[in-house]
Design a protein around this ligand. Structure first.
Ligand SMILES: [Zn+2]
Length: 342
């Protein structure tokens, strides 16, 4: 049985559904269901587990919707706590429209072999950035314990941002907000002035913005641009994927911008201490909210390192630092670009 807390009617015909997930620091993810008569739209679909399925199914049943009646499913981004039960819902509701951003859909791994290749590629790349072998092995073990080859969604409507998903009284605008993933999307309903901010904007924590072999470019630059793009949005209620509902979008955006400015400044201060350092060395010297570097789990160390790399890439793109490649060892380091003396 679902307790009342498992789903809340935020405004008439719009429900927030709490789904437990096996990620220690987060505990649960929210799905949102908008209804109009027999018509409906579900945003995100929990983690691929029995516990998650039971929670989502029982909340939906209490609202009066079964999986087979889900007409539209929007997947905010390609992370397992958001797409988890998408395939199950698709199987039970074969005519449902499944929306996803084209760029995240392009990253869908097709097979176990594809997944294994991805994990190997990721870890050898972390090696070139200075991660010691013993830790690489621990990280690899942690990745394999937490991630496995999940049944991935099969989106049948690929979006770019700017589209309207309309039914009954609802009209959801798709907002492309790359950064947390390359194809992260938020939804905005103008009539109710509600923003579904996904993992893009959370009320107290900042989403992981990572450089990785599948998101090269400048993820932090993309992320900050995406934040800026939402600053002028008329939103009175922000519904995130984790934590709690919040109200002041502009203030939260400014706080997150400030956080990254501080982080970039801290990175530069650490880099000023020696000529060239690997991303790994820099990460070990940064301050981490979840504790000292040594206290982080291998899983968290991996995320922290990829986040450090996103900041380094941003500083590189803005010509404040440069990459130094060792031709022999193929290892990569970073150094400040000295300002020309007057
Ligand atoms: Zn996510």
């Amino acid at each position: 049985m679902s307790s009342p807390k498992d789903s809340v009617e935020v405004i008439p015909d719009l429900y927030q559904i709490r789904i437990p997930i096996p990620i220690r620091s987060l505990d649960y993810v929210f799905s949102y269901l908008a209804v109009d008569g027999n018509d409906n739209l579900l945003i995100d679909s929990g983690w691929p587990s029995d516990q998650s399925r039971k929670a989502l199914e029982s909340s939906l049943t209490n609202i009066g919707v079964s999986f087979s009646q889900v007409k539209r499913l929007v997947i905010s981004h390609l992370h397992p706590d958001h797409f988890g039960l998408a395939r199950l819902i698709q199987e039970q509701s074969p005519d449902s429209k499944v929306f996803m951003h084209r760029a995240d859909a392009a990253g869908i791994l097709k097979s176990q072999a594809d997944f294994d290749r991805f994990i190997d590629e990721l870890h050898s790349w972390l090696g070139t950035h200075g991660t010691p072998d013993y830790l690489l092995e621990e990280m690899l073990k942690a990745s394999k314990e937490t991630l496995r080859f999940f049944e991935l969604p099969k989106p049948n409507v690929l979006v770019n941002g700017g589209e309207l998903i309309e039914f009954g009284k609802w009209s959801f605008e798709v907002l492309a907000t790359p950064g947390h993933t390359v194809g992260m999307i938020c939804l905005y309903d103008k009539r109710s002035e509600i923003l579904f901010s996904g993992d893009h904007i959370l009320p107290t924590i900042t989403p992981n913005v990572s450089l990785g072999p599948r998101y090269m470019g400048n993820p932090l630059g993309d992320y900050l641009d995406s934040l800026k793009g939402l600053k002028g949005l008329q939103a009175k209620l922000i519904l995130p994927s984790h934590e709690i509902i919040f109200f002041n979008l502009r203030k939260r955006i400014q706080e997150i911008e400030y956080h990254h400015e501080e982080r970039l400044a801290e990175t530069l201060r650490i880099m000023a201490k020696s000529h060239s350092q690997s991303a790994f060395e820099i990460a070990t010297n940064l301050h981490w909210n979840s504790g000292k570097w040594e206290a982080l789990s291998p899983w968290d160390k991996r995320a922290a390192l990829m986040e450090t790399l996103a900041h380094l890439e941003y500083l590189k793109e803005s010509e404040q630092i440069q990459e130094i490649r060792d031709a022999g060892s193929k290892k990569i380091g970073f150094a400040l670009i000295k300002k020309r003396e007057k």
